[in-house]
Design a binder for this molecule. Structure first.
Ligand code: SAH
Length: 225
């Protein structure tokens, strides 16, 4: 992967980020991927010096690029083996998309803001990342035209788990999503299980870290205010 920022400065900051910020993330593949993706490529020009800070940063359209430790943690919870087709909801800057692209076979990423989707698509292309499709749509509906998915990652906060996203998982597939109110959410992991004998949808739910995301706005998310 080529970085477009000059010099070793960003590389040093990136190595430090992995060592000092990703303390709660043990998966070596996730740590390696986080050590490869040039985060400075995904933040606005004036924010580049702050690209490796331990926090979220503003991007366009009033949205944010998530904190590195949260990106890593969510990726770890997806438990990717490398052969999955992954659906990401909330492309934003495309940073999380790039991390997923290094760890899965194919990534379909959807974003409701056309402006963000176009910019993210351009950045991902510039890095020469293959196997990525960026689409503009309401992610709360999933993407039945690309389903089923081995994993689904939602990077915006939802009031509840949209059932359609569970329906679009393969059996054994994992969905990771922040669920809660507008201010506080918890990371929830849903693992799809074989349908019941009556054909009913079946899954297991686990709860993890506290987090705070921008809202998931759509038909099965928050209503636009
Ligand atoms: N993964 C991103 C984080 C972006 S913040 C990154 O690494 O930069 C969450 C994003 O979700 C925002 O860009 C927001 O516009 C988008 N979003 C919110 N609701 C959505 C929906 N229903 N469908 C698709 N995208 C949505």
């Amino acid at each position: 992967m080529s970085t477009h920022a000059p010099g070793h400065r960003f590389e040093t900051l990136r190595r430090k980020m992995v060592q000092q910020q990703l303390t709660g993330v043990a998966d070596p593949r996730v740590r390696e991927a986080m050590g490869k993706v040039p985060r400075e490529h995904f933040v606005p020009g004036v924010m580049k010096p702050r690209a490796y800070e331990d926090g979220p940063l503003p991007i366009a359209a009033g949205q944010t690029i998530s904190q590195p430790r949260i990106v890593a943690r969510m990726t770890e919870l997806l438990d990717l083996h490398g052969d999955e087709k992954v659906l990401e909801i909330g492309t934003g800057s495309g940073y999380q998309t790039a991390v997923l692209a290094l760890l899965a076979r194919e990534v379909v990423s959807v974003e409701r803001h056309g402006e963000l989707a176009r910019a993210a698509h351009k950045r991902l292309n510039e890095l020469g990342l293959g196997g990525v499709t960026v689409l503009v749509s309401d992610g709360t509906l999933g993407r039945s035209d690309y389903a089923p998915f081995g994993a689904v990652l939602v990077t915006a906060g939802a009031p509840e788990v949209p059932q359609r996203l569970i329906e679009q998982l393969e059996v054994g597939g994992r969905l990771v999503i922040p669920v809660g109110d507008a201010k506080d959410q918890k990371l929830v992991r849903v693992t799809r299980e074989p349908d019941g004998s009556d054909g009913s949808l079946s899954w297991r739910e686990e709860r993890f870290d506290d987090c705070r995301f921008v809202p998931l706005v759509g038909r099965f998310g928050w209503k636009e205010s």
